[in-house]
Design a protein. Structure first.
Lengths: 360, 282, 367
């Protein structure tokens, strides 16, 4: 299958320049309080503590400054809503990661991020910048390993295939992080979104020969690792620490082939009135600032993405410090992802995953 | 207008009729039409009529297997819920002990914790180091832990547990509404306890059995979380397929076709069931 | 009586925790008898019936049938047919299957079942409705089906638990006669439970009046009506003027009792009394004679009409005799009795009267 929408780069370029024109006409953003700016922001966001942190670190200072009204809709899986509404959207911002934002970007449901419309983007480390999103924090992703069961630990993605772990290997469900990890493995084995044979081959082996177990989400991972059902699995760094805090002797490692990192932020919904879009960009710009990221990192214990802050971490955030090599390693694989192609081939790839990997 | 026609029009204009129309028939109509559209990677769907989605669902061995497994698990869940729930409902309906309130509470209690929490509870119980395996080993039934997690057995166990209230309450209400004198009458006419149960109590609880089984059947056929968490890769059911197609793959036309097949299976099996279960005026 | 009773219950007590619901009571039932247990709700009549049927176990005492102790037998082993107050028909079975049920349980061959069911449906006056369901029948029809179902197994005893109370007044009256006819045609020993005195009187050979878990009195209806042994019996059965009196003379087979200023002569009955005892004098309202002209002689009082109620076939007059003595008189609404108006002075005579104890003592008893 070929990507039918021809040359998305050119299209986004054209749309980008249009946005640039609009931005140029509007009052410069840093001065704030544009006469034409909207007074309300409508945000799609997951609930829970993540929303509380977001509110404290980013929304509250922003609202205090601008007097903006915030309308929330909380939940998960808003992508279909955004796609369904993409011609006449009702919401200004939606919480996304690089994968979903790239998909929505491919469908023109959200705005592209540029230094013109988001000046603070210039301060974000390239490992955490994507065409339609940049992280306000990032979540390092590698391997969680139970060191009481596996005293030698693990060092690479290839360790998942170690026959010693047969029946005790976890792999994230496709609709959780499985898709990402699959593509990473596929890339590492010389594949690409339009050639997933290497990835399918490897994962088929993981399930058929090493009896891998599907892990559905963070809580499921906690359950399976705590119960000793899973000894080793791809996982988030901070979540691995939570499993350790709950009493299981697990360690988090960044694989030597390169780790992954997920970035999270609110993407800016396309086709909204100019005034709303500007205000949304303003909020996003604020979320990337040193002040906002400092507060947010303190609340979440996730490392910041702002280069200035990364280089000058306050003492209470020192434990989040990463070497340039580590940061570089996080961008290693994903930076090469062709999200557009992943999106275009998603149905075929998922079908092969279901039949060849899981059904094999 | 004949009676059924009048009943139907009354139904249509009643508030519940409107609710059904808006929230049941309209969505079914919506996804039926969606299921006839063509999938497109970027546009999501193109409104060009096609049967390719249904062909894919119905002729592909992969989906056939999942449809069969879904119906099998739904059937077994209903069967075991009925077998386990009936004695419980019977006891609740007939007993006069002060424990009745507590037992009722215990039956409802699973509904108070989320389905996810309950499913995680089963992971703890069914794991190779879990209570079930430990018990089986300690009583000498097995030497090595057996694989229960990520099997159909695990899914079945958890579904029976989670859906038990939906079986017990219709059964309870049909048993409790029975006139106790009818059972007594059978006794005075010479029927022993077992005959009385088979000839009187059981047939008179037919409505409860039908309602309970229909509820459990539909709910288990549409379950997503339980098979995902306890069944692993080998116990794929239709609900998960739909979930993935809607939210991850964004293949809505195929998702709609799968959903339509699921709803159709549920409707027709339940229709058959109620037809078969109907004899004589109630 | 030389004949051995069909059913005999002895010293039966039913206790629920600390509460004694029944007894001790003893009842013996003759072959072919139509016996009624009559009493207000809570008197123990249904409990007694359930103990006979085996639906309730007595705390103490025994039940025997034709000389055999059946106290420990379950209902299916007892040879009785029970008709429930709400009929308790099997709603999911046709009339035929309802009636055939007991025969099937007795493994009667199919052709015989068919024949007997059809015959009994004819006896209860419902031929040809075997294929209908109970929900398609009227109340009276259901009641007959319930009777048919109970009698088709030819039980030694038929038990009827208020079978008429769910019917409307007109139907109830007709069903009394029908039930009695069916019973007589089959010659089946029947125990009937009711709180309705009219039903009890019209249908029964013998009535057992129960109260507070004990037997108050038993006997044929006429005796129960004419010679109640307690205030409770006098008041529960029919209407009664109950008037305070004092024994002034105990004679041969009769008593002289002072009521108000008058002296009443009454039969002595079973009661042992002495001169000076305070007693109650009962006069049934229809046996009170009333006249606008003076009447002389005994058992006579003088008063004024204080109220008058016309109810079609009857006229009821209330007459005030003294400050705390009123008498009720019911008479057919002939011209003679319609002629009384409120305030008219009247002379009252009550020749047919009966003496009761002033206060009831609790009874256990046997019948």
């Amino acid at each position: 299958m070929k990507i039918r929408k021809t040359d998305p780069t050119r299209r986004t370029f054209l749309r980008g320049s249009a946005a640039l024109g609009a931005a140029a006409l509007a009052t410069p953003m840093l001065s704030g309080r544009a006469a034409a700016q909207a007074s309300e922001l409508r945000i799609l966001f997951p609930g829970g503590t993540w929303q509380e942190y977001f509110q404290q670190a980013i929304i509250d200072p922003f609202v205090a400054d601008r007097g903006t009204e915030i309308v929330w809709k909380t939940g998960l899986g808003f992508e279909p809503l955004l796609i369904a509404q993409r011609r006449r959207p009702q919401w200004d911002l939606a919480h996304q990661n690089q994968n979903t934002s790239s998909q929505l970007g491919a469908m023109e449901a959200i705005e592209e991020w540029t230094e013109e419309n988001i000046p603070n983007l210039a301060q974000i480390h390239p490992s955490f910048r994507y065409p339609h999103l940049a992280g306000k924090v990032h979540t390092p992703y590698g391997i969680a390993v139970n060191v009481s069961e596996v005293p030698n630990g693990a060092s690479a993605w290839t360790d998942l295939w170690d026959p010693a772990f047969k029946g005790k290997v976890g792999f994230p469900a496709w609709n959780w992080m499985g898709q990402e990890v699959f593509h990473a493995i596929n890339e590492l084995n010389g594949g690409a979104p339009d050639n997933v044979d290497p990835g399918i081959e490897r994962l088929k082996a993981l399930f058929a020969e090493n009896d891998a177990i599907i892990v559905d989400n963070v809580e499921h991972a906690m359950q399976l690792m705590s119960a000793g059902e899973v000894w080793i699995m791809p996982h988030f760094g901070a979540r691995t620490m939570q499993i350790r805090d709950a009493g299981t002797d697990v360690e988090f490692i960044l694989p030597e082939e390169g780790g992954l990192s997920f970035i999270w932020n609110t993407s800016v919904v396309a086709n909204r009135p100019d005034a709303s879009r500007e205000l949304a960009f303003d909020l996003v710009n604020h979320s990337l600032s040193v002040e906002a990221q400092t507060t947010f990192s303190k609340l979440t214990n996730y490392p910041p993405t702002n280069i200035e802050l990364m280089n000058n971490l306050p003492p209470e955030l020192k434990h989040l410090e990463m070497t340039p090599d580590e940061v570089e390693s996080l961008g290693n694989i994903q930076r090469n992802f062709d999200y557009m192609a992943m999106f275009a081939y998603r149905d075929e790839i998922k079908t092969r995953w279901d039949r060849e990997v899981l059904g094999g | 207008m004949n009676t059924s026609g009048r009943l139907f029009s009354t139904f249509l204009f009643s508030p519940i009729g409107i609710v059904y129309l808006l929230f049941l028939l309209a969505p079914i109509g919506f996804f039926l039409s969606m299921s006839l559209f063509r999938y497109d990677a970027f546009e999501l769907y193109v409104p060009a009529l096609t049967t390719e989605n249904f062909e894919r669902v119905l002729t592909d061995g992969y989906y056939q297997e999942i449809i069969f497994r879904t119906l099998k698990i739904a059937f077994l869940t209903s069967l075991f819920s009925l077998l386990l729930g009936y004695p419980l409902a019977y006891f609740l309906a007939r007993s006069r002990t002060q424990w009745r309130g507590i037992l009722m509470f215990l039956v409802i209690a699973p509904l108070m914790s989320g389905i996810i929490v309950r499913t995680y509870g089963w992971i703890v119980l069914l794991g190779s180091d879990g209570a079930v395996n430990k018990t089986l080993i300690s009583i000498g039934l097995i030497d090595q832990p057996v694989q229960i997690l990520n099997t159909e057995t695990a899914v079945l166990l958890a579904l029976v547990h989670i859906l038990m209230p939906y079986m017990v309450f219709p059964l309870f209400s049909s048993l409790a509404s029975q006139d106790p004198d009818v059972e007594r009458a059978a006794g005075t006419l010479g029927a022993g306890r077992i005959r009385t149960f088979l000839e009187v109590t059981l047939p008179l609880s037919r409505t409860g059995i039908l309602m309970g089984s229909a509820l459990v059947f539909t709910l288990s056929a549409g379950s997503v979380v339980t098979p995902a968490l306890l069944g692993g890769k080998d116990v794929q059911m239709l609900g998960q397929q739909i979930y993935d197609l809607v939210l991850t793959t964004l293949n809505w036309p195929l998702a709609s076709a799968v959903a339509f097949v699921l709803v159709l299976c549920q409707f027709s099996i339940i229709a058959l069931y109620f037809r078969g279960g109907r004899h004589g005026p109630a | 009586m030389t004949q051995e009773p069909v059913l005999e219950i002895r010293d039966v007590v039913k206790q629920y925790g600390d509460v004694r619901a029944l007894g001790p009571v003893g009842i013996s039932v003759r072959e072919g008898e139509f016996l009624t247990l009559l009493g207000p709700s809570g008197c123990g009549k249904t409990t007694t019936l359930h103990i006979i049927a085996g639906l309730t176990n007595p705390t103490e005492g025994s039940v025997s049938m034709k000389g055999r102790d059946i106290t420990a037998l379950e209902p299916p082993q007892r040879d009785m047919g029970l008709v429930f107050q709400n009929y308790a028909l099997f709603p999911h079975k046709t009339v035929f299957d309802n009636v055939a049920f007991g025969l099937r349980m007795r493994r009667v061959p199919k052709p015989e079942i068919k024949e007997r069911v059809e015959r009994v449906l004819e006896v209860v006056g419902l031929p040809g409705i075997g294929s209908r369901y109970p929900s398609e029948l009227s109340g009276g029809q259901r009641q007959r089906v319930a009777v048919a179902r109970a009698v088709v197994i030819e039980p030694s005893i038929l038990l009827l638990d208020e079978p008429l109370s769910n019917l409307d007044a007109v139907l109830r009256k007709r069903m009394r006669l029908d039930l009695r006819n069916i019973q007589q045609r089959l010659g089946i020993t029947t125990i009937f439970v009711t709180h309705d005195q009219d039903e009890a009187f019209e249908m029964s050979d013998r009535v057992i009046l129960m109260n507070k878990g004990g037997i108050e009195q038993s006997g044929p209806p006429e005796e129960m009506y004419d010679r109640p042994e307690s205030r409770f019996a006098a008041e529960f059965i029919g209407e009664a003027n109950l008037v305070a009196g004092e024994v002034v003379e105990v004679g041969q087979g009769e008593l002289k009792v002072k009521v108000a200023e008058a002296i009443f002569t009454a039969p002595a009955g079973k009661m042992t009394v002495a001169q000076g005892d305070r007693v109650t004098v009962m006069v049934r309202p229809e046996r009170v004679e009333v006249s606008k002209t003076p009447i002389s002689g005994g058992n006579t009082l003088q008063g004024k009409v204080s109220s008058r109620v016309f109810s079609g076939d009857q006229v009821s007059l209330t007459m005030r005799v003294t400050e705390d003595l009123e008498l009720l008189c019911s008479k057919p609404s002939t011209a003679l009795y319609r002629g009384f108006d409120i305030g008219d002075p009247v002379w009252i005579s009550a020749d047919d009267c009966w003496v009761l104890p002033r206060v009831d003592t609790r009874k256990g008893g046997a019948a």
